[in-house]
Write a protein that binds this ligand. Sequence first.
Ligand SMILES: [Zn+2]
Length: 392
Amino acid sequence: MEADAPGPSRVPGRRAVLLGGAALGLAGCRAGPAPAPSARQADPARVDALLAARSAAVLAGDKAGFLATVDPAEPGFLARQEELFGSLAALPLAGWAETVAELDGGLVTVRVAHRYRGFDTADEVRTGHLRVGPAGFTGDGGDGRADDAQIWSRGPVEAVTGAASLVVGSGPLRQIAALLDAAAPRVTAAVGPDWARKAVALVPVDGEHARALAGDRDLGEVVALATARPNADGSPGRPRILVSPETWPRLSALGRRVVLTHELTHIALDAGSDTTTPMWLVEGFADYVGYLGTSVPTRKAAAELAAEVKAGKLPDRLPDAAAFGTSAPRLSQSYQEAWLACRMIAETHGRAKLLALYRAARTLPEPEALKRVLGVEDLTPAWRAYLRAHLA
Ligand SMILES: [Zn+2]
């Protein structure tokens, strides 16, 4: 809006001071009189140079260089940018690049790409907005132009790096890192060594932040989620474990171990980009690995399902994808049904066959995968008998 555009209060002198030392936007200018940029349309080359200077400053840990791209006449924005720099400086960034996606007057739509050292093999790309004036950046988007959520967009963040984990956000980062470090070898024992054997987890500040980071997906009672939100340019996003800060504190120590092992199993099997494997196999396998090595009694771990089975109500088929929706009425039972189906397969055919079934079902229709790997086309009768035997 016009009211936010650079106004007469930005005196030319300030601009000269800012540009003088940093050579921002001047590199590449041809000799001779350049047309003066209009007050409304920012000079694209200058915006490119400002963003390049910001990006280099982030990677160099150069706070002064970063803040030199901000108009000093905007103390509120300057303070927010100082806080942002503090957050970014706390992260093990191997890459950080802000570039122009679109320039509309003084509004810059920014492509923000980052990757974590030792964890990411490609960039995570999101969209942000900045306003630019003659003396540097003057503010963020405003006018309802919402930036994509980032873990640092709701206040200061820290990072904890473990043997197999990088945990970013605010809250019990160390605890989560330790649990992921302990879970990684268990996941490798279950799925084999052919995965990264480490993962990035994000701990947002509240449920709203978690929802935004999950791609506007309500986490409801979900404690953690393995995501791979597509990048702003449509390329595949980076796998992340998102921990719900509101439900996490309510979990027991055992629950936390099971949940993080479950999510790490999803990461190891690339579940975030998998749209073909049946959900009962995806969720059941992750819970199977999650519960491995724990001594929690089956009737306790599957309490809701056990109550139904005891009352004579046996499910007549494996849960479908809809049964795993966050607001599905029998969500707990669906997970328990899937877990016990996978446990039954592992006990009957061996763990290697369970993994082979998982991998086969990614490309084959379920009955064909079952027949090829286990020699049966329908698991239902054996599964129902197993539920009765363990829960009734
Ligand atoms: Zn899951």
